[in-house]
Design a binder for this molecule. Structure first.
Ligand code: ZN
Length: 197
């Protein structure tokens, strides 16, 4: 019995290692095409998501990591299709990029969602870096059974990079600086997760 437990723990450790020492990041720019996501003050969420996702791909490639985008232009991609794409890549992690909105225009800040325990570890590396570098209100990391988190086999997170329904935050989110820094520090967080023992 002890031998079986030993083998089980060994196999689990291989799985964990693979998850952390990922070779590919599947980057998912939320919405697109017929679904523009949130739209406030002339700013469309799907456009912001794609720009940050492309910058994130650039940052990761420069660190020697392979990247896959679930969309590369303003096209409609279903949530199921996004999961299908992600599940084609073994030894990968999944990062969905979004901006937020609320009918209460005073609400602002950044939050990161996860579902699995490995997802939580990624969120724990990404969220604090976003807060300290972008100087935004910390809405924390939250466990949520979102479609792209439950439908993907790999460790996955969904980042909500600020509320475009808040006029001050929308102005900041729209700058090149904000999108570039967001992408860079998400990449930093993923690399830190990858190096964890
Ligand atoms: Zn969204």
């Amino acid at each position: 019995m002890r031998r079986f437990i030993g083998i089980f723990l060994f196999l689990m450790s291989i799985t964990w290692c693979e998850a952390r020492h990922f070779s590919t990041v599947v980057i998912d720019p939320g919405h697109g095409g017929r679904d523009g996501g949130a739209y406030w003050g002339g700013v469309k969420e799907s456009t912001l998501n794609l720009i940050v996702a492309q910058k994130l791909a650039y940052e990761l490639k420069s660190r020697g990591i392979k990247t896959v985008l679930t969309r590369k232009s303003d096209i409609t991609v279903s949530k199921s299709r996004r999961c299908e794409i992600a599940n084609k890549y073994p030894n990968s992690i999944f990062v969905s990029v979004h901006f937020n909105a609320h009918t209460n225009k005073s609400i602002k800040g950044i939050e990161t969602f996860y579902l699995s325990s490995e997802g939580r570890k990624i969120a724990s590396q990404v969220q604090p870096r976003l807060i300290s570098n972008l100087k935004c209100k910390n809405r924390g990391i939250k466990q949520r059974s979102l479609h792209v988190l439950s439908g993907t086999n790999s460790p996955a997170v969904l980042v909500e990079l600020g509320f475009i329904s808040n006029s001050a935050e929308r102005a900041r989110c729209s700058t090149q600086w904000y999108k570039t820094v967001a992408a860079r520090v998400i990449a930093d967080g993923l690399m830190k997760y990858r190096k964890q023992p």
